[in-house]
Design a binder for this molecule. Structure first.
Ligand code: THU
Length: 158
């Protein structure tokens, strides 16, 4: 028996410290929160995905009166991205959220487990790491890959 550790590298940055292309993606994710349909939770989430063909795709959470039928921003965006540009590979995803008071959350929110699993599929398809930028009003967390958000992920049958 031996002990092991999984270490997740996370960069903590202010918006101003981001590169221009990351700032643009964060802006798009923040804008996308305004297209959320969240009458039940009133928690508005936006996601923006940069593809390797230069396009960016955005999504926002879409709720439903039958609660489990709703979809998170990250899955809205990743399914839309792949349904629109099936050949394109994901490069970076940014996620932003506004609380029930309409203000951006101070601390970044992280994708739910189902979204991590869905995003991992597109990282696997891309064949390279997909950076993840989780945004908050105070600071951003930048992760090097989706798999760093989902250790011990279920990938495929042997
Ligand atoms: N939500 C997202 O869209 N993304 C996340 O990362 C966490 C949660 C949505 C689901 C639901 O519409 C609302 O936020 C409250 O949970």
């Amino acid at each position: 028996m031996k002990d092991t550790e999984i270490i997740i590298p996370v960069k903590v940055a202010a918006y101003e410290e981001l590169e221009a292309s990351d700032r643009r993606l964060v802006d798009l994710a923040r804008e996308a929160t305004h297209r959320s349909y969240a009458p039940y939770s009133r928690f508005r989430v936006g996601a923006a995905i940069l593809l390797d063909n230069g396009e960016t795709i955005t999504g926002a959470n879409q709720e439903n009166v039958a609660y489990p039928s709703g979809t998170c921003a990250e899955r809205t965006a990743c399914y839309y991205a792949h349904a629109t540009y099936p050949e394109a590979k994901f490069v970076t995803i940014a996620v932003a959220a506004r609380d029930t008071d309409g203000k951006e959350v101070a601390q970044p929110i992280a994708p739910c487990g189902a979204c991590r699993q869905a995003l991992l599929e597109y990282e696997t398809l891309a064949g390279h790491d997909v950076r993840v930028i989780l945004t908050g009003a105070k600071e951003m967390f930048i992760l090097p890959s989706v798999k760093s958000l989902l250790p011990f992920a279920f990938t495929e049958f042997d």
